[in-house]
Design a protein. Structure first.
Lengths: 524, 455
């Protein structure tokens, strides 16, 4: 029997992929290994005649589709409910998740996602309301948005907030559009945006979408923005500086207030990437540092779940200078209660708004979760969040810096994440990737790797405040073991992971001949 | 604090390991004048689970839910029944609390789901490839316009009058500084074909046109054969972008791919997500295979692992911001993974048979209600062909009618005035959506209430 192959010659059944002679798997008949269960694609098992949904009969009325009925087969297989539950449950077990263990992805703030938040987001009063219902029927929803807005403004010390951006990068876009609108209102033609080398890739990408030209500013040897270089570059063509604080090296930018003052004096604006707000929430208000706009990733600092890559939510706090340019819609208190300022009332209440960024009102489901989290912690608890997040990261840094190269440890404590490089592996032929894959075998999700770009083979470890000391001690123990063994016997470490559902995957092949969807063998 | 595992003893021991005298020593880089001495004043302190629950339930109770009233609101968000299995699956911690699958060896669950999702979306829209989702339909549409500019190297985009006005607004906002030229028409309440403007679009296509954006069914519910438009686009070297805001329609109405679309974008909320007051929703994005390298957003692809087993990875990331920075195809980082999962589970439960049944049911019920409401004195049904949404001409300002219906406990539709504040001629329109969730009693209540309000 020949192995079925798809259009690019890859095996089409997971259990058929056990190439003879590699000794890769203890050959079970099914390809399963006890609780490690292989699961075929929906398209390999489902049938277009099968359904897991019972529906009322269709009333016999003549159709009014104007001759546009979809007659051709669509090719969508279905599962009965038991098959569907098992398919997705089996797939879920091939995922690592916070619920399973520490997930120390730097810059991502993978903290525990409280289940109260999930319960609250599912209250029908929040989950089962339509964005275009009459406003008198959604006063509680508007109240929730306004409550969260109040918390965000107070925690950041900023006078305004735009709630609608759908994620962090969308929030950046909101902030930069506000800056562009403010400049245009003054007929100010400045177009250069300064971005530190260590910035998230979204920063330069966003600035480019707002018609700005991006220039890099260097870091100093302490991992901070080079203040002198930045100030020397300021001038009549500089529209804004985009700065991340704490920065992507996990360090606080101690000169941010001086930078802000200098940028303002030169006629520009300061955008702060708030991805790392978890380190300072309740301890420092960005408004006190002269920031004009900062997005807040509700899916980081305020614990809304990442869901395998979204949805996020990225409200943007704004200074008084930028507030008039905020997008519609937003909530205000009117004569008859809370009201949404949309296109119909924008002339009266938001004449300078730069417009609409999303179809509706933003990520309501995330707002509910974030508010439940914020109310649970309160002002005192949030301060403790920042303190514990910083304590945990420094504990990791202190416990590993003798083995792992810690490029900025000499300059003092880090904030919420500890940055290492793979310089300590020089001469072994091993690198950061091998450390990451070895961590997988130890039952951890790896740290962020190869970011920020300013450090060779970066490893950015962000434990978050929701890890216990015992968990951290286990992580530290494993990382010390990996480093020690890698230095002692490098050759044993080139092929990890060995125990994950898959060995290393061939990403080059995936990109060279992309297969982005299932194709039936018959069509091949 | 119930979410914080460190004890006071732990904290002391850890500070000792670090060699810091106290927690403030770790914040030494923060200038003294910016350091807050204690919890921010004027904000409440921590609260029990029960107290938070009580406060939020009080807020939630102030809203009228779609299940409490006869409900006919649509225009880009639709109330469909979501099987219980969907929410069960998306609440599994392995899906809910995972990150973007950057470490594929331990993220095959998410990746295989995305691969299946991409295949489902491609087939549903009649296209060849789909990405792993975007924020929502409106931002997906904007990204499609950017993509068309990259492919055609032309900047002019023609937007049909039948496109959701919020989508057009988003497009205008996000193209203000990108060099794209957006020409959007104002809709007319044409009897038999409200919002239909294909002939005008065909006439407007020229050699500067990068793309034409058309919605099907359009905002007024009208459905049209887009084939002539696709032919006109292709003849002029432009791309046809089709927007679908009600994906259930694809179980009954010929797909955009079958009608010649080059890019299909959509709002996937109808399957799996629920109404959620507008978000999080699900941006769908599909195109022809030849354009895949110009596509925005994350893509999941098939490959093999070191022992030859099939597996999945995120791929073609050289298009993305974390590699390309200011030259990226998009600034987007996050997608809508969990809602893509919900969509995929719902569509898997339906299967083709269930989707076609659901679509037929939506259509038949909408036909029934349209005819009943069209007979209410003073009310005219404007649509010829439609799927599950139609437009009524009330002959008077519709917004007060919608509010009066709400007073009578019926959430009856969306008024033209809410969507096109500046276009007086559209204010007499009320757009009504009908799904499988509306009962005969709901129909009776709507008809009676409308009759009273109009009388």
């Amino acid at each position: 029997m020949s192995t079925p192959m798809n259009t690019v010659g890859r095996p089409t059944r997971p259990e058929m992929g056990l190439v003879a002679g590699t000794g890769a798997a203890a050959g079970t008949f099914t390809g399963n290994k006890a609780l490690m269960l292989e699961e075929p694609l929906l398209f390999e098992r489902g049938s277009t005649d099968n359904s897991g949904v019972d529906l009322a009969p269709v009333p016999p009325v003549p159709d009014r589709l104007g001759g546009l009925a979809r007659d051709a087969a669509i090719g969508l297989p279905g599962f009965s409910e038991p098959e569907a539950v098992r398919h997705y449950t089996r797939l879920s077990r091939q995922n690592y998740a916070i619920d399973l263990g520490i997930f120390p992805l730097g810059s991502c703030t993978m903290k525990h996602n409280p289940r109260l938040n999930e319960k609250m987001a599912r209250l029908p009063g929040f989950a089962d309301i339509h964005p275009l219902q009459p406003q008198s029927t959604v006063q509680g929803a508007l109240e929730l948005i306004q409550s969260l807005a109040h918390w965000l403004m107070t925690l950041t010390g900023m006078p305004a907030v735009a709630m609608s951006p759908k994620a962090g990068a969308h929030g950046e876009l909101c902030g930069m559009l506000a800056i562009r609108a403010a400049l245009d209102a003054k007929k100010d033609p400045r177009r250069v945006v300064l971005v530190p080398e260590s910035a998230h890739g979204t920063n330069p990408a966003t600035a480019a979408f707002c018609g700005f030209t991006v220039e890099n500013i260097p870091a100093n040897d302490r991992g901070r923005v080079d203040l002198d270089a930045l100030i020397a570059r300021l001038g009549p063509d500089v529209a804004a500086v985009m700065i991340t604080n704490p920065n992507t090296c996990g360090l606080f930018e101690p000169d941010l207030k001086r930078i802000s003052d200098a940028v303002h004096a030169a006629g520009g604006y300061v955008y702060c990437d708030g991805a790392n707000f978890n380190a300072i929430v309740g301890k420092v208000r960005p408004g006190d540092l002269g920031v004009d706009a900062m997005h807040i990733n509700l899916h980081k600092t305020f614990s809304t779940p990442h869901g395998g890559g979204g949805p996020g939510s990225g409200p943007v706090v704004l200074s008084a200078a930028l507030a008039p340019f905020a997008p519609i819609p937003f909530v205000r208190l009117g004569k008859a209660g809370l009201e949404l300022v949309e296109e119909d009332t924008a002339d009266a209440h938001a004449p300078d708004s730069f417009g609409r960024m999303v179809a509706f009102h933003g990520q309501m489901g995330m707002f509910v979760r974030a508010l439940a989290y914020i109310m649970s912690h309160g002002a005192d608890g949030l301060r403790q969040v920042a303190e514990d997040a910083v304590l945990n990261a420094n504990y990791v840094l202190a416990s590993l810096k003798d083995l792992y190269t810690a490029p900025f440890a000499a300059s003092g404590p880090c904030m919420h994440e500890a940055l290492f490089s793979d310089d300590f592996l020089d001469g072994t032929g091993l690198s950061t990737l091998d450390v990451a894959k070895a961590m997988i075998d130890e039952g951890f999700h790896p740290m962020t790797v190869y970011f920020p770009l300013v450090v060779h083979g970066a490893m950015l470890v962000e434990p978050t405040e929701t890890e216990s000391k015992a968990n951290l001690d286990q992580l530290i123990g494993a990382m010390r073991h990996i480093a020690t063994q890698m230095l002692a016997d490098p050759d044993a470490w080139r092929a990890a992971p060995h125990f994950a559902p898959r060995r290393r995957l061939d990403e080059t092949q995936a990109a060279r001949k992309p297969v982005l969807g299932w194709k039936d063998e018959a069509a091949a | 604090m119930r979410y914080l595992p460190l004890s006071t003893t732990d904290r002391q021991a850890m500070l000792a390991t670090i060699g810091a005298a106290d927690i403030d020593a770790l914040f030494a880089d923060v200038p003294a004048e910016a350091r807050l001495a204690g919890p921010i004043a004027g904000l409440p302190h921590h609260a029990s689970e029960m107290a938070v629950e009580r406060a939020l339930m009080t807020m939630a109770a102030k809203n009228t839910t779609a299940s409490q009233a006869p409900f006919f609101v649509g225009c880009g968000a639709y109330k469909h029944h979501v099987p219980a299995t969907v929410d069960h699956i998306i609440q599994r911690g392995e899906f809910l609390t995972a990150y973007t699958p950057y470490q594929p060896e331990i993220a095959q669950g998410t990746l295989q789901v995305l691969f299946e999702f991409q295949t489902q979306v491609a087939r549903l829209t009649g296209m060849e490839v789909a990405n792993a989702s975007m924020y929502d339909g409106s931002t997906a549409m904007t990204e499609a316009v950017f993509m068309a500019r990259r492919i055609t190297r032309r900047a002019k985009c023609l937007v049909s009058a039948g496109v959701h006005p919020h989508y057009t607004s988003v497009l205008k906002t996000l193209t203000r500084f990108t060099g794209d030229i957006v020409e959007a028409a104002t809709p007319a309440l044409t009897p038999g074909a409200p919002g239909h403007d294909l002939d005008a679009l065909i006439a407007a296509i020229d050699t500067d046109t990068s793309c034409v954006v058309v919605q099907n069914p359009n905002l007024f519910g009208h459905i049209a054969d887009l084939t002539p438009l696709a032919e006109a686009c292709h003849k002029a070297g432009a791309l046809l972008i089709v927007v679908v805001t009600e994906v259930v329609s694809l179980g009954a109405v010929k797909s955009p791919g079958e009608m010649g679309a080059d890019i299909v974008v959509g709002e996937g909320q109808s399957l799996g997500a629920g109404l959620l007051f507008g978000g999080p929703y699900l941006g769908l994005f599909a195109c022809r295979e030849k354009h895949v390298r110009q596509m925005p957003g994350r893509l999941c692809g098939e490959t093999v692992d070191a022992s030859g087993k099939r597996g999945f990875v995120l791929t073609l990331s050289t298009r993305e911001q974390h590699i390309r920075r200011e030259k990226a195809t998009s600034n987007i980082c996050t997608n809508s993974g969990l809602i893509a999962l919900a969509f995929s589970v719902h569509l898997t439960l339906l299967g083709e048979k269930g989707l076609r049944h659901l679509a037929a049911l939506n259509h038949a019920r909408a036909v029934q209600l349209a005819d009943r409401l069209g007979r209410v004195p003073g009310v005219t049904l404007l649509n010829g062909p439609f799927f599950n949404e139609f437009t009524l001409d009330l002959g008077r300002e519709a917004r007060p009618v919608v509010r009066a219906l709400a007073q009578k406990g019926v959430l009856g539709g969306v008024s033209g005035g809410r969507l096109w504040a500046g276009e007086k001629a559209l204010h007499k329109a009320m757009i009504v959506a009908v799904t499988e969730t509306a009962t005969d009693e709901d129909f009776d209540a709507f008809e009676d209430a409308l009759d009273e309000v109009m009388g």
